[in-house]
Ligand binder design. Structure first.
Ligand SMILES: [Zn+2]
Length: 186
């Protein structure tokens, strides 16, 4: 694990999906936490345009930061659909900073929204593991469980009814019997 200097308000640590960046000190909303750092790639240079890794941070149509370098601890920040930080993109300076959009407590994982393109390309196919999506999935699973329990209970009630009144069931099965009864009664 890379060393993190102690005067920084973050450290690299284990997260649910691998490694992540965690607050070690309270971080106030609006604070610049860390710079997303790396060599600047120019899409007009073919060798630059050929570089492909999941740490590329596109500044605009031309400039991209290659964040795959070891020094760039910001690359450990995971995506979240409901993040506590955001990327402050400055194409003219060719810089990106990660800034807190909420007060972040020590121990909390820092995350930002990677954006729609990244989400579609990398996260949607495997299912987003962010806390917000996990919660949504949990809720859906709970709802499905409740629904299954309801269906089961209904089936059990039906079976019990059928067991208690076998005569009625016979009548229901045989249409001809019902008709005959009706005619006989009339
Ligand atoms: Zn998510």
């Amino acid at each position: 694990m890379p060393a993190t200097s102690s005067n920084k308000p973050y450290r690299v640590g284990r997260s649910k999906t691998g490694l992540g960046l965690f607050a070690t000190k309270p971080i106030k909303k609006g604070t610049r936490i860390i710079r997303y750092y790396g060599p600047i790639l120019d899409s007009r240079i073919p060798e630059h345009d050929d570089i492909e890794n999941k740490y590329l941070f596109e500044l605009n149509g031309r400039w991209t930061i290659d964040g795959s370098v070891r020094k760039n601890l910001a690359r450990y920040i995971n995506h979240s659909c409901r993040p506590n930080a955001e990327s402050d993109v400055r194409p003219r300076e060719r810089k990106v900073f990660i800034r807190a959009i909420k007060n972040i407590e020590p121990g909390e994982e820092i995350n930002y929204d990677y954006g729609t393109d990244y989400f579609k390309a990398y996260l949607k196919p495997i299912g987003c593991k962010c806390e917000s999506c996990e919660k949504k999935r949990k809720k859906l699973r709970a709802e499905a469980r409740t629904e299954r329990a309801k269906v089961r209970a209904r089936a059990e009630r039906k079976a019990q009814k059928a067991g208690a009144k076998p005569a009625k069931k016979k009548k229901l099965n045989g249409v001809a019997v019902g008709k005959a009864n009706g005619r006989a009664r009339a």
